[in-house]
Design a protein around this ligand. Sequence first.
Ligand SMILES: Cc1cc2nc3c(=O)[nH]c(=O)nc-3n(C[C@H](O)[C@H](O)[C@H](O)COP(=O)(O)OP(=O)(O)OC[C@H]3O[C@@H](n4cnc5c(N)ncnc54)[C@H](O)[C@@H]3O)c2cc1C
Length: 152
Amino acid sequence: MLQASSYWKEGDALVVDLLPDQSEADLLFEHHSSAKELASILDQKLPRRFAVEWCASLGGSKPANRYSRKDLEEIAYGLHHWTIRPSGTEGFGKAEVTMGGVDTDDLSSKTMEARTVPGLYFVGECVDVTGWLGGYNFQWAWSSGWVAGQYV
Ligand SMILES: Cc1cc2nc3c(=O)[nH]c(=O)nc-3n(C[C@H](O)[C@H](O)[C@H](O)COP(=O)(O)OP(=O)(O)OC[C@H]3O[C@@H](n4cnc5c(N)ncnc54)[C@H](O)[C@@H]3O)c2cc1C
């Protein structure tokens, strides 16, 4: 989710596949004649509290044998296409990387010096370079800093 948030624009919907490794039919249809509650079937694959909340959003959990085949198809579809529209991000205070910054076109890629202002260098986070989470932003900060350090 944190990684996905780098690509999210305000107002966008997110479509999440809650069971990417599970065929649509498998989980629900193997239980279609059982009296087991939908939430208990889903909590084999999803966290229990999430399964209960998810069923509540459908109007509550019922025994599997009280759902029609069409209901189960719709539920299976919903599990693979859970659509949410976030109300916002947690903002700068929680951000791990910022997008935007000094345009790389305005910097020398060899020295990191500003093309139009000799002696002015930009590196790291303040440049418009955004990496995936997992160390790429540190790498960029260190590498661009090292490069600039060879020339200042
Ligand atoms: C919570 C969090 C988790 C992160 N996790 C990861 C991660 O797992 N992997 C990854 O790759 N990246 C991660 N990042 C991003 C990474 O930390 C930054 O991309 C990187 O530190 C940027 O380095 P920088 O030197 O450009 O800027 P900064 O590390 O922000 O350094 C700028 C320095 O300038 C100082 N400064 C500011 N104003 C002035 C001033 N006027 N005078 C003097 N000094 C000043 C600041 O105090 C600061 O020390 C994370 C960031 C956050 C916030």
